[in-house]
Write a protein that binds this ligand. Sequence first.
Ligand SMILES: *Cc1c(COP(=O)(O)O)cnc(C)c1O
Length: 755
Amino acid sequence: MLNLQNQARETFNKPLADCSNSEIYKILLDFVQNESQKLPVNDSKRKLYYVSAEFLIGKLLTNNLLNLGFYDEVKEELEKHGKSLDEVEEAEHEPSLGNGGLGRLAACFLDSITTLGLNGDGVGLNYHFGLFRQVFEENKQKYKPDEWLGEPTWLKKSEISFNVPFKSFTLTSSLYDISVLGYQQKTKNRLRLFDLESVTGDIIHKDSIDFDKTNIKENLTLFLYPDDSDREGNLLRIYQQYFMVSNAAQLIIAEAIERGSNVKDLADYAVIQINDTHPTLIIPELIRLLTTEHDIEFSEAVEITRNMVAFTNHTILSEALEKWPLEDIEEVTPIISEIIEQLDQMIKSEFSNYPKVHIIDDNDVIHMARLAIHFGFSTNGVSELHTEILKDIELHDFYKIYPEKFSNKTNGITFRRWLMAANPELTSFLNQKIGTKWHKDADLKALLDYQKDEETLDELKAIKHDRKVQLKNHLERTKGVKINPNSIIDIQIKRIHEYKRQQMLALYIIYKYMDIKKGNIPATPITIIFGGKAAPAYTIAQDIIHLILCLSELIDQDEQVNPYLKVLFVENYNVGEAEYLIPAANISEQISLASKEASGTGNMKFMLNGALTIATFDGANVEIEELVGNENIYTFGRISEEIVDLYENDGYDSMYYYKKATIKPLVDFIVSDPMLEIGNKENLERLHNDIKYKDYFMALIDLIEFIAIKEKVYEDYENEKVWWEKSLVNIAHAGFFSSDRTIEEYNHEIWHLDN
Ligand SMILES: *Cc1c(COP(=O)(O)O)cnc(C)c1O
């Protein structure tokens, strides 16, 4: 097998101990690529295509070594020569091909699909700069292009290429593949990323993420979801989406024919799961290809397509439910807009009295989710609560028409990355206590036998401490910031969005700051860590970031408070950062407005790593509570029915809550003198006004309860026996959230792949 020392001499002409981490990374990447070359691609007849605009795959080295079975060996070998795999991995540049949960879900799914031996590829786009790289300057979020595409790379260029016809020009794609390796699997799958050779970073205005949005040939795959605040940005998104799905559809048909399909039986050979609505245009595109290139009648093409496409809905936020003006689609691809109009006619004649299910509304706007539900065979939500809300409220008219199409598939996470690779210390603890069967069948409940065993609880506590020290070292090494490893680590990491309610935690920080100033010293110092990016056009989200960064500076400067409270906003939160943060966390903040977070997967990662959850009754938090019991999770706040009612009846008045004696000083602190001294008046005032007069996502409604539950959590932390028992119980019940379970459900109920 691998002799790293020899390899170092061969490649770099020096001993391993003298190689830089980048050099060792290159050696290991070549080794993994070689090993994966030896594995055959899964070639069973029926194949899944997971089409997604995002794949937040994270760094691949550690995960691939683990899945191939070389992880322990390599780690030991490196240590023998004074090197560390963690530091080598820091030399890998993480591809930023996703925004958040939706993209990370796609990545976890690929791992599980392959580990379960199923035939399934991911299909998406090879964005050259992915999402932006976040940097903080003057306590504000700034944007840098994220150049992840350098050498060495996991991408392998294939020979495959298709023509994609737009209205006034045709573009020719190239396909790049990344091998997807399953855990101890003998076959592999692939992530197929389409690109365009003419795309160039030269059109980016220096060191920014601005570029000429009209030059499609040169910008098409430059960035993930470019700014959609103007029409040019919107059109570019449609160009991207159509480019993605046209390539995907052509690939799917070509491969099915290769495996023996006569095209009429295409649906026996391929099933397509579309990850949210971004790939919905694959429906009209398949119909176009079947009718124009394979001589199939329109109505038959519609039926074939309908039997192939399954849709996952990820949201109920109306802003996130995609709608495109018909004229925009026409501008990009008139053939496709014509097919959509035909499909819409079919629906309108069948359901003339139900305007809410019409694909094209009275304003000539296309509702992508409606297209996907009518012309796919399956629609699923991503947690029980979310699916119920879809069936009862958001998509109720569709549910009445097609009850058989609806199902729930509660999200999951791959334990290979989020436990075995991210937390080897907890992994060996589990191996010792309950054996290794869980690596492939994620049942951890046997751990409950140790619930009352003090020695075991001490071990758990020691592992958490070790992980805090590792986080501290990592943050010092990579970002030059310091945290106290003896503090309580309390984390909220996720996209910055009003509905995720980071502003609530910020208001709590203000509360705690004032409380400490009054002389109420916490028994154990507290470190509150945020991470997350905000969309460039999302003003209030920028203001929330600004508030948190200003609070962080204020507290750092205050010697009365800084021994006991630290607030840190980790720059450029991504999968790699998550892998350090989550194993170190004592507390997981899951405080979205009930009904607004479809599932969450961050919540599952924290639970699995022994953090205790503070949660609203939202998404998969509800299922966490069912699993661990009310006494092992800290829930608070209004439930989704109450929130839905408030929205329906216009029943929320932020001013009513703002005026409360406990709340007003906290909100007003945002625009207090010490804050204005540090921060920017415009940002802070805008946020202050928003919370006071609008507060659309009701940060204030649950604030008093939130403060009470946080105080309770910190108090409980002091009772070690109780705390670590709760932590153990959480780990023991996390097996349900393995994405292997989720994928088995998708396969049994939707995909029907053989393995
Ligand atoms: C898991 C994950 C998410 C999703 O987090 P939520 O808390 O579920 O929103 C987002 N970003 C990254 C990098 C992740 O790993």
